[in-house]
Design a protein around this ligand. Structure first.
Ligand SMILES: [Zn+2]
Length: 332
């Protein structure tokens, strides 16, 4: 089992002596942990609990942290069984959104391969997507025939006051300045339009218990680590009224528990996640970690049962591993 190398990595040298204050509430922040193997640390606001990755990778350099395997070769991210499950979850999510946003134009920011957009189109929405990764956007256009543009959401040509819903499904935390993204989203929404945001929950039981081993940290691709409280505060500051906050997500939360448990037990970081990927990436990982891979499989059933029970518990405590917020654009 690998252990992170000791001592500060080159990326963390020269960091400021005084940490910048929280961009959401202005309170002081403190460093909560460092992931030496990657060369990044995470700070937490003492007021609203917002987490922040430090140092932040300049946006012009972040592309190198998204290898092709992040989206999957031929745009199949996981093995066929998990791909089918992913499509099922996205269809359920689209149906759920359709109960909250009137039919009309919807925009999915960071739509990836367009699986949820395709489900929204089937439900009668005019589906539009924006995606930074050219290969994922190309899949959405060519294979699914969706209206998806490649490029930065902040400068994309999009019609203001037009959309019934703007969706940030696990994408807001990838923005170096999420406030800018929310200002843009608000300008694009019709009055009364719906903003749907899902993020990993930095206030969750799993985040607090596992710290730097938490699966959903995803350093350094996540610039910020929201909790329900910090996200609600940010939305309110930018003219949104939160109407619903959900803590139960079967697609994300059990896996967050499961993979974090393996990480904390000393298995190679995110090994199970890599083993579930599409065959090319999976075979490479399996060859590199034969014994750990076998142990992972042996422990899978008991840990999965534990993860499902913990998912029910954290939702009941409203401390789910991810949170989904629905908010309405307030009149100015
Ligand atoms: Zn704060």
């Amino acid at each position: 089992m690998t252990k992170p190398a000791a001592g500060p990595s080159p990326q963390r040298q020269g960091q400021p002596r005084f940490l910048p204050r929280c961009p959401v509430c202005g309170a002081s922040v403190r460093e909560v942990f460092v992931v030496e193997a990657l060369g990044f640390g995470v700070d937490r606001c003492l007021g609203c609990g917002l987490g922040r990755t430090r140092p932040a990778v300049p946006s012009e350099d972040i592309g190198r942290w998204y290898p092709d395997s992040y989206y999957g070769r031929e745009n199949a991210r996981f093995n066929p069984c998990f791909e089918a499950l992913t499509r099922l979850f996205r269809r359920r999510r689209a149906r759920f959104l359709s109960g909250r946003a009137a039919r009309g134009p919807v925009l999915d920011v960071g739509c990836g391969r367009g699986i949820m957009l395709a489900a929204l189109r089937r439900l009668g929405y005019e589906a539009r997507g924006q995606e930074l990764n050219a290969s994922a956007a190309c899949h959405a256009r060519r294979v699914l025939g969706l209206d998806v543009s490649t490029g930065d959401f902040l400068v994309a040509v999009l019609e203001p006051d037009y959309y019934q819903a703007v969706i940030f499904w696990h994408s807001l935390e990838h923005f170096p300045d999420p406030a800018e993204a929310l200002v843009r989203a608000r300008a694009l929404l019709r009055p009364g339009g719906v903003l749907a945001v899902a993020v990993p929950n930095f206030d969750s039981l799993q985040a607090r218990l596992f710290g730097r081993h938490w699966f959903h940290l995803d350093l350094p691709r996540h610039y910020f680590h929201f909790g329900a409280r910090s996200l609600q505060a940010l939305l309110a500051r930018h003219g949104f009224r939160v109407v619903r906050t959900d803590h139960f997500c079967l697609e994300q939360n059990p896996f967050g528990w499961l993979q974090s448990l393996y990480n904390a037990l000393g298995f190679p970081s995110n090994l199970l996640y890599d083993l579930l990927k599409a065959s090319s990436a999976r075979d490479e990982t399996a060859r590199a970690h034969r014994i750990a891979g076998a142990l992972t499989v042996i422990l899978l059933l008991p840990l999965l049962v534990l993860a499902l029970l913990l998912t029910i518990l954290d939702a009941a405590l409203r401390q789910g591993g991810t949170v989904e917020l629905y908010a309405v654009k307030e009149e100015a």
